[in-house]
Design a protein around this ligand. Sequence first.
Ligand code: NAD
Length: 463
Amino acid sequence: MSDQYQAFAKSPIGKFVIKNLGLPSPTALDRFQAGAPVIQGAVLLGAAVNSTLTGAISQVLSNIHADTYAGNNAQLQQTAAEVGLNLRAFNSGDKESKFKALVFDASGIENADQLKDLYEFFNPVARQIEASGRVIVIGTTPEKAGSVSAAIAQRALEGFVKSVGKEFKKGVVAELVYVDKGAEANLESTLRFLLSPRSAYVSGQVIRVSKGKAVKVDWAQPLAGKTAVVTGASRGIGEAIAHVLARDGAHVICLDIPPQQADLERVAGEIGGSVLALDITAADAGEKIKAAAADKGGLDIIVHNAGVTRDKTLANMKPELWDMVININLASNERVNDYLLNNDGLNANGRIVCVSSISGIAGNLGQTNYAASKAGVIGLVKFTAPTLKNGITINAVAPGFIETQMTAAIPFAIREAGRRMNSMSQGGLPVDVAETIAYFASTASTGLNGNVVRVCGQSLLGA
Ligand code: NAD
């Protein structure tokens, strides 16, 4: 599906019209290319006094060979040196240097006064971030803070980050990561994802990292040797998920309803995957999924992507439309998970990734059925996460406006509003959702459980 306005905005005449009418001018977002470095461009690193995560952050920056700069901060320089990160000097009076990422360790902030450290780091360089840049603030989980003052100050980071996401424009994204005590070693998959263009359309999000087993992975193929099922894989977002998981090394079993068999075979053929033509609402769907993965070493990843909309205002909604949407989008996820978890259908360190929607967060006119189903998916993730064992995790993505057949069917005016009402002034691409799912699915994402990350370009809906 194409965004003709964005193409127009890039043309000489389009630039002229847009400038003079004050219309939004969407930046062409950087997207990940296989084989490219995690980040292309300089990183400026900062830290509040007495921060505790600088070592872990520096370790990741060192692992990805990031060209990292820091101002005059002896504590930070010493910590970085200890993990082998070679920091280059940055003079805060320098207004010429440009940065692809601004990374700030805010874990030392323990009261409202110390929030000033954020201001002092970001204010002088706010105009020096490149297009498609990254702002990442890393703090500690407020709910587990040692004092009310510290909890308040850490919680305040969220408002700061979300405002930066709305202010910086040019496709710059801003995120907050809360790290539990003892979870420093679980930060790497999150930082790699957020620093790279894989997170092109993820902005204004809060990601919580908890303690999990630290694992070593081949970052070029983080899913090597894994078997994944992707539901609704014959087109749209599901097709992109299948491609990205296969690119990252997984064998992908592409599942869709039997009438989609031809497209399903095309997608599976393109990625060396296999086909499972199955209606996910079938009573024996869990059993069939387990059986399909049996000769591939068992199932490691299930992505519940299949979904439908049947929009009608509540007064006009027929009961069968209600039932259908709840059954496909929500009840089938629950049934399949229950079967897999109770019948050894998911390997140790398995990953369940669900697809919610910002409709499930904000609600939407004509979508009582769909929004209920997608809010239920968030409930499924939140309430299942603490019950999981054997290193299995469950997380969800909540896409905003993504350019697919589903959104192409929306009436023009509503479609245009959905596309532009976000910090990127554009819709996302199926690959943006797929990259976020691959991040949750990664073998290295052991510390991510119970997260819901919106892939919505910081949509104003439900924010
Ligand atoms: P799509 O309609 O292009 O694809 C959905 C796929 O699911 C289709 O291939 C369909 O055949 C399959 N499917 C439907 N019912 C099924 C069933 N009973 N069993 C097996 N497969 C079934 O939609 P999409 O835009 O790619 O959406 C994918 C997911 O993302 C959905 O869960 C959707 O709700 C969610 N989502 C999409 C957007 C968006 O902007 N496109 C936004 C938020 C959430």
